[in-house]
Design a binder for this molecule. Sequence first.
Ligand code: ADP
Ligand code: MG
Length: 337
Amino acid sequence: MRLALACNRSDRYRLADHRPDDLYEEFDAPETIDAIAEAIAAHGHTVDPIEADRTFPAVLERGKYDFVFNIAEGLTGRCRESQVPAVCEMLGVSYSGSDAITLGITLDKDLAKRVLKGRVRTAAGRLFIHPDRIDLSGMPFPLLAKPNAEGSSKGIRNRSRLTDPITAPSDIAEMIRMYEGPVLVEEFLPGVECTVGVLGNEHPEILGIMEIAPRHTPLGEFVYSLEAKRDYKNQIDYHSPPRFSENTRKAVEQVATEAFIALGCRDFARIDFRFAADGEPCFIEANPLPGLSPIKSDLVLLCRGMDITYHDLIGRILQQAFRRTGLAISGSRVGVS
Ligand SMILES: Nc1ncnc2c1ncn2[C@@H]1O[C@H](COP(=O)(O)OP(=O)(O)O)[C@@H](O)[C@H]1O
Ligand SMILES: [Mg+2]
């Protein structure tokens, strides 16, 4: 089959001086795009990387592709991840992963929590839109403040764990201005952190769970922040599978499956959880467009722990997407043992 790989290459975009240095943190490194393209080719397809910018619709239409493998984060706005799926649907081309609605809802962390209300436990929180209207009354410290519609830990620093009620309002106001959007402030979940790989459609299966453990910081103060992600080799111990009891593992798998279904995820997703002080797992956010760096993305590290190679992971995603869209798998080597 002829595939297009819809992506936003990180080296295409230059940062303006006054913008935060993590502005383009979500975009994909050329090595990631090359690795995905190689894996797709190894499964028997031809593939062209296509930049998901304003040229995308015309290039997609002209190329007459059979299928789009989508990893594009999109350029701007809360609906940026929805742009490629919406264009593909407009042009009648099948694509991998979740659709525009799911990608839109999950990029807005507060909206995703509202969808899950009553089904999956989430951290109590409040959304602040105006820098001059920040009211933290009744919210017990510590708190965690994060830009509401960002990913890849954009805007999440170690100092996002707020401990001082005097300075917290100005810290939150600063974050609203810096990232030019609402900030979600939540109760700080002090327990173990884990991320769950989910694969499938009608009957999603758990690929695995990975525990994300700080090497030096006490768990109750740990934030899997931009600093921690950029220096993961020194600061983080990844445990895939996690060091959980059987019961805990089952509880996490159940809430991850529930969240995947409730949010309308397709083909694959990575869902982040953290345990509350009382020991129950709480949903933090869903990533239906998770990073696929062959070196450092959480989903890839999780799979490595489960003896699933990068090549297999890409094959399984393709297999799910082809099955869902009714595309023929025969003739390709997508079948994964
Ligand atoms: N309510 C919370 N309590 C404790 N830690 C949190 C909370 N929300 C986020 N975090 C920490 O911040 C990290 C990044 O937050 P997340 O919502 O997953 O954003 P991103 O899209 O950047 O991954 C999490 O992995 C976790 O360590
Ligand atoms: Mg996350």
